[in-house]
Design a protein. Structure first.
Length: 135
């Protein structure tokens, strides 16, 4: 059995209740789809540290507050992932594409209009549940 790639994922939400999405390039695994930003956890790295590192490296934002949202284990056939998803509603810095990827802020209620990798479906459900609790 393949070892799952452990990924720290941030659902980054701004004061306008918009969420930050990144676009996966065509050459990447699950390319041409939108995703929540983040990246692989290094060996012996705490998930919170990986999340902070990845968001700074990719988008130039510093996490000020994050809490666990959900965990998703998914097998794509060619790759297994374990997504450790965090709700980030306090951060500093202005997002900027440090690695050339496209990104955008989208209203939480419009997430259904975007195409995501299959592993992201449980994340979308968790977001809907959280937003319903906030209202």
């Amino acid at each position: 059995m393949k070892k799952a790639v452990h990924v720290a994922v941030g659902v980054v939400v701004n004061a306008q209740q918009e969420v930050l999405l990144s676009f996966r390039d065509a050459h990447q695994h699950q390319g041409n789809l939108w995703e929540f930003p983040g990246g692989k956890c290094e060996a012996n790295e705490r998930v919170e540290d990986a999340l902070a590192r990845e968001l700074m490296e990719e988008l130039n934002i510093q996490v000020a507050q994050a809490e666990p949202l959900c965990n998703v284990a998914h097998d794509y056939g060619d790759k297994q992932v374990l997504l450790d998803v965090w709700w980030v509603d306090k951060f500093t810095g202005v997002p900027k594409s440090n690695e050339g990827q496209r990104w955008r802020w989208v209203p939480l209620q419009t997430l259904g209009a975007y195409q995501f990798p299959a592993a992201n479906e449980p994340i979308l459900v968790a977001i809907r549940e959280r937003v319903a609790l906030i209202r």
